[in-house]
Design a protein. Structure first.
Lengths: 654, 380
């Protein structure tokens, strides 16, 4: 057949193929037009959508942590700082087998159980590609060792970061508190956007109360990520705004002096500047090292602190509830005068006991055979119980409660700390509600010497005595002196007047204050022996709070009886004072648990403040002998503490 | 030496004025085709430089591939079409033998094997078949008279299907498809009746579910993904979604050379090989993509002109088939990158990084040039 029509075939074939070529060309053009339409759809009409998608793909905002504000005392001594440390961080998604990797790395950098537990917690709260600190404060040796083995541990990195450090360790922990890792409960309360780069939050004390000011505002870095989510370059940056620096009203030297004076005891000291309500010192002993909490305290160490019989975690200054005991007397005496129930010349015979009408019960005076004839001045000076049994009974519980409330007892003082407790002012209503018992006349009698249900914190005692020193001007106590704003200017904290106590006769203040001076100066004053003679004028009141109530058949007590009791059952001693009387610079409340030493502690603190710091008395007038000797050790230790802070002792890891 | 003598001989001929021939005709190169090819290759190197994250080594390799491919093209252009005609069946048989050889080696070596190691370079028999199939069909159709008879169609079908199945078994779906295209385009140009085409289309549409059972798992995934890429946005749908994002975010003028984020930050997979067109669309936008398409179409149209100028059935069918295969390979690649066709492993000719497919392609351009420049100028 090939041979039959060779010529005709050839032309026909050419035509056929050419036709097919044209057909192919047409189809191609249609297909290409379709392709162009598709490109137009993607690149022109859907461009915005895909452009957004492409940016979402690659752009990411990485938050930058703001630097936490520093905390200074009133003289500019740094109390809380941020120090750079090396930490071992982990990027979870890069680690193939976490348990093995941790075991391996544990051979180079020792990890304890707490680190692992913390990590497990953090793993749940973070995204796979977030860096999570595994161990803080690596020593230089550990850093070097890790650097050598870096290649063996993909997903582990050494990071330099700032962590909170308290240079005075345990000294200020009950005021400053500490920061710690943010936990799940706190996450609910904070602005998570602002905290997106922050690992730490104030847990207690000033750090917690001023968290918002100290924290600052988060910054951002706009970065371009590659497909594995790793940042490739930074496109844009919004710098974070560091937190505000806080200046506290605390005088750190006074704080250390108070701590020194309280050394080895359980107790609290609160010192207030009466004219402003500025808290000069706030000490609760024993204390604990807040730095341990920053890096995450081990369960074992925490348990030790928790179980210690001395309860170092317990903030006695703010939360310790003590009976007011005899320190209540000046306040009741003032109300007695003001309401006209008593007057300075009224004299009562004290046989050593007091008895209510229609009752056989005897209310004993602390002095077995009584004080004889007692007027108001003497009642305060020698802390005569019988006089105040009688006065309280005459006043009635309502008037007692009113005056205590005016001096700030029974309610939160309003200090800028969250931990405070309000204490108790007992009243018939309160007793009904809390104890389900009626109010007996005897309850009122006992309230007169502060031994009933009344309870107050050392802070409230300090506020009470400061108000007394101020002759009724009741300022809200505060710890913040000023805040350093972003623009470097200072925002001063103004003194806030809570209320002003008006008396029918202003002279009543003098009556009470004179009596309180006699507590120290009169030979029968309760502070005469333990506080002693001073170069400045002091108004004070002692108090002894019973921990263990003696049974009736034990009533024939003598002064040494206390030492026969187990230490924990011995009485607490209380002491409130202000000085100088003419122009009060300091009002102080001291509580020492199971010990009689409160007045001695107060003396050391006030001597230090008034003689060493304020120098209210010319130096040459301070006699060389016993007083100077007593001041020396305090001065030395305080100077040592301050030197330590000023030299900016570098943090020694490990 | 032979080559140089040949050129000298041609020049001498021109000097003698016996036959008018240009310089390009003397060296058997088609200027227009070469212009289009070089332009595309040049652009391709720029795109590749950016798409490979400015990896100069990749570009250097590609330049080496390009040079090798240009040499191959030049050599293939020197060989006269009659030689191809004579060698066509032998080439086909040799290709088949190698394909089977690879298959057996693959069985021994376990897993996919596509090439034979020939010491210096690796030979992919399926690439040889890209040339051998249209050649053997054109050779066959040249001998018989057209239009085709059923017996011939059946015979050609077997010639096409056997190597296609062997290639698909490797598995290399992309090349297998191109082999089908090469064979079928020859058949079509040779005058396969429209009736036959339509009935075949209907039958294959009905047989599609059957094909489902024959396919490899990864091939099924590709089909499913093509039908709905969002089905598995991070798995098999990831490629096509990221590719569309890359192209779409390019807009009218693109993000600019070296500024494509999708490819540079590795969101776009295979950005220097199969998906290079997406990288191009991202950086050069709609305008850039259009220019690229027009350049491709320029080469295709030149190929068709060569086809229509060719002087006998063998050369016409061969030229037409090679041109059509080139069209299909770039169209399918662009189609899959833009999401209108399923993802099959077909690189963008002349642009994508890779050696063997470029060498084959340039060989086919060499054949086209040979067909164009070895014409006997009968009509003067």
């Amino acid at each position: 057949m090939y041979n039959r029509t060779p010529i005709k075939n050839h032309i026909q074939e050419i035509q056929l193929i050419n036709q097919r070529c044209i057909a192919v060309l047409l189809v191609m053009i249609i297909l290409v037009l379709f392709l162009i339409l598709r490109l137009g759809y993607l690149q022109l009409s859907k461009h915005l959508l895909y452009n957004t998608l492409s940016q979402q793909n690659s752009l990411d905002l990485i938050p930058i942590e703001p630097t936490r504000g520093l905390i200074y005392d009133r003289n500019g001594v740094l109390l809380a700082e941020n120090i750079p440390v090396f930490s071992l961080d982990i990027i979870p998604y890069k680690v193939e087998n976490l348990p093995t990797a941790l075991a391996e790395i544990g051979k180079i950098i020792p990890l304890n159980d707490t680190d692992i537990v913390q990590l497990q917690k953090q793993l749940k709260q973070h995204r796979r590609f977030d860096e999570i600190p595994l161990k803080l404060k690596l020593s230089e040796e550990e850093v070097a060792k890790f650097a050598e083995n870096l290649y063996r541990f993909p997903g582990f990195v050494i990071k330099a970061r700032l962590i909170r450090h308290y240079p005075f360790d345990a000294s200020l922990s009950h005021v400053l508190g500490y920061v710690g890792r943010i936990n799940i409960d706190e996450l609910d309360d904070i602005d998570t956007t602002n905290y997106s780069a922050t690992n730490y939050i104030g847990k207690l004390g000033i750090e917690k109360y001023y968290e918002d000011d100290l924290h600052g505002k988060v910054g951002y870095e706009q970065v371009e990520n590659d497909a594995s989510g790793e940042p490739v370059r930074v496109l844009n940056q919004i710098a974070p705004q560091g937190g505000k620096n806080l200046y506290l009203t605390l005088d750190s030297k006074l704080q250390f002096a108070a701590e020194k004076a309280l050394e080895g005891m359980r107790g609290a000291v609160v010192a207030i500047q009466p004219k402003t309500g500025e808290v000069l010192a706030l000490v609760s002993q024993p204390s604990y090292d807040p730095n341990a909490f920053v890096s995450g305290i081990s369960t074992q160490n925490f348990q030790t602190l928790q179980d210690s019989p001395d309860r170092p975690l317990y903030n006695r200054a703010l939360r310790g509830l003590y009976p007011l005991a005899s320190t209540i007397k000046p306040f009741i005496a003032l109300e007695g005068l003001n309401s006209g129930i008593t007057n300075p010349s009224f004299t009562l015979f004290d046989p050593g006991w007091y008895q209510l009408k229609n009752s056989e019960h005897l209310f004993h005076d602390w002095r077995h055979h009584g004080h004889g004839n007692v007027n108001l001045n003497r009642a305060i000076t020698c802390s005569c119980d019988t006089y105040f049994y009688d006065l309280a009974s005459k006043l009635g519980i309502q008037r007692i409660d009113n005056v205590l409330t005016e001096f700030g007892f029974g309610e939160l003082s309003g200090i800028d700390l969250d931990e405070e407790l309000p204490g108790i002012i007992a009243s018939p209503v309160w007793k009904k509600k809390e104890k389900h018992l009626p109010w007996y006349p005897g309850d009122t009698v006992l309230s007169g010497i502060g031994q009933g249900y009344m309870q107050a914190t050392p802070l409230q005692l300090a506020v009470g005595i400061a108000t007394l020193a101020n002759r009724g001007q009741h300022f809200i106590p505060h710890l913040i002196l000023k805040q350093q704003q972003q623009n470097k200017t200072y925002l001063q904290q103004q003194a806030t007047l809570n209320n002003s106590i008006e008396l029918t006769d202003k002279n009543y203040w003098n009556v009470i204050i004179t009596a309180m001076q006699n507590v120290i100066t009169s030979s029968e004053g309760t502070g005469y022996h333990h506080f002693g003679h001073t170069l400045y004028t002091v108004a004070a009141k002692t108090g002894t709070a019973q921990v263990y109530t003696k049974k009736r058949n034990e009533a024939d007590e003598d002064i040494n009886d206390q030492f026969k009791l187990p230490e924990k059952l011995r009485d607490h001693s209380l002491f409130i004072a202000f000085a100088p009387v003419e122009d009060p610079k300091i009002a102080i409340a001291v509580v020492v648990e199971n010990s009689k030493l409160a007045s001695g502690v107060a003396r050391k603190i006030m001597d230090y403040y008034l003689l060493q710091e304020l120098k209210v008395v010319p130096a040459q007038m301070i006699p060389g002998s016993p007083l100077k000797k007593m001041l020396e050790p305090i001065k030395n230790s305080v100077d040592a503490s301050v030197r330590k802070s000023n030299t900016g002792k570098p943090y020694a890891p490990g | 030496m032979l080559l140089v003598n040949n050129i000298k001989y041609r020049f001498k001929k021109r000097d003698m004025g016996t036959q008018y021939r240009t310089f390009w005709q003397c060296i058997h190169i088609d200027g227009l085709l070469l212009f289009g090819i070089l332009l595309l290759m040049g652009l391709g190197l720029f795109i590749l430089y950016s798409a490979s994250n400015q990896d100069i080594q990749v570009v250097e390799h590609q330049i080496m591939h390009t040079c090798l491919a240009l040499v191959v093209m030049f050599i293939f252009a020197q060989i006269p079409p009659t030689t191809y005609q004579r060698w066509a069946p032998w080439l086909y048989i040799a290709g088949m033998a190698l394909l089977i050889g690879v298959l057996i080696m693959g069985h021994i070596g376990k897993g996919a094997q596509r090439w034979l190691n020939l010491g210096a370079f690796r030979l992919q028999p399926s690439e040889i078949m890209k040339l051998a199939i249209p050649m053997v069909l054109a050779w066959h159709f040249h001998k018989i008279h057209l239009p085709l008879r059923n017996k011939t169609i059946l015979f050609s079908g077997i010639l096409i299907l056997v190597p296609v199945i062997l290639t698909a078994k490797q598995p290399d779906l992309g090349t297998a498809i191109l082999l089908v295209v090469a064979g079928c385009s020859t058949l079509f140009l040779a005058g396969l009746s429209w009736w036959f085409i339509f009935s075949l289309a209907t039958v294959s549409a009905l047989a599609a579910p059957l094909l489902w059972y024959v396919m490899h798992d990864y091939q099924r995934q590709r089909v499913l993904t093509f039908l709905n890429p969002e089905r598995d946005p991070l798995g098999s749908g990831y490629h096509i979604i990221q590719s569309k994002i890359a192209i779409g975010s390019g807009g009218l003028f693109g993000k600019g050379w070296l500024h494509g984020t999708q490819s540079h930050l590795h969101f776009l997979p295979e950005h220097s090989t199969d998906f290079i067109f997406a990288a191009c669309g991202e950086e050069f936008g709609f305008v850039g993509s259009l220019i690229l398409i027009f350049l491709f179409m320029f080469i295709v149209i030149r190929g068709l002109v060569i086809t229509m100028n060719a002087q006998d059935t063998f050369t016409r069918l061969l030229a037409g088939s090679l041109t059509l295969t080139f069209f299909v390979s770039f169209f399918v690649n662009m189609g899959m990158v833009t999401g209108i066709l399923p993802v099959v492993g077909i690189p963008l000719p002349l642009i994508s990084y890779g050696g063997s497919s470029m060498v084959t392609l340039m060989a086919s351009f060499g054949i086209l040039m040979s067909i164009q420049t070895h014409r006997k100028l009968l009509t003067t």
